[in-house]
Design a protein. Structure first.
Length: 142
């Protein structure tokens, strides 16, 4: 990647990730990822993809389907350390063509700080359980 974008905060990376997703912009999407063979991406119902090249190909496939997505983020929580942040969110994914179609997705994003600022190293998204458009906090912790 020549002249990589510097992300000063994990929130900057997260914002850029979801903006790239909505724009179906492969270059912008891959700019948020660490160029590392240990990065991991799991799309809802998909296989575990490990490595920058596999993740790029998967996003290329998502973006060439032609559906322009809309994404609303809710219930963000984060575990913050000096060099890593684990963010969990509820994604409400829809399409611009038919806003009545949407699917709640729960996602975990892991960001690490390196010499070139913050980068995404893990994105794990899963379909949310039915009725979890506004997930409530669990009553029992285990």
């Amino acid at each position: 990647m020549s002249n990589p974008k510097i992300f000063a905060t994990p929130q900057d990376v997260e914002n850029a990730f979801y903006e790239a997703l909505e724009r179906a912009d492969l270059d912008a999407m891959m700019a948020v990822w660490a160029e590392d063979e240990e990065v991991v991406c799991i799309h809802p119902g998909g296989a575990r993809l490990v490595g920058y090249a596999l993740i790029r190909e998967a996003w290329r496939h998502v973006f060439t389907r032609g559906n322009k997505l809309t994404v609303r983020i809710a219930q963000q929580t984060a575990v913050v350390t000096p060099f890593a942040v684990i963010s969990t969110v509820l994604e409400q994914i829809g399409t611009r063509d038919d806003e009545s179609i949407s699917a709640p997705v729960v996602a975990t994003n892991v960001y690490v700080r390196g010499a070139l600022g913050w980068r995404l190293v893990v994105h794990h998204a899963s379909p949310a359980p039915p009725g979890s458009g506004e997930l409530a906090a669990p009553k029992v912790l285990h």
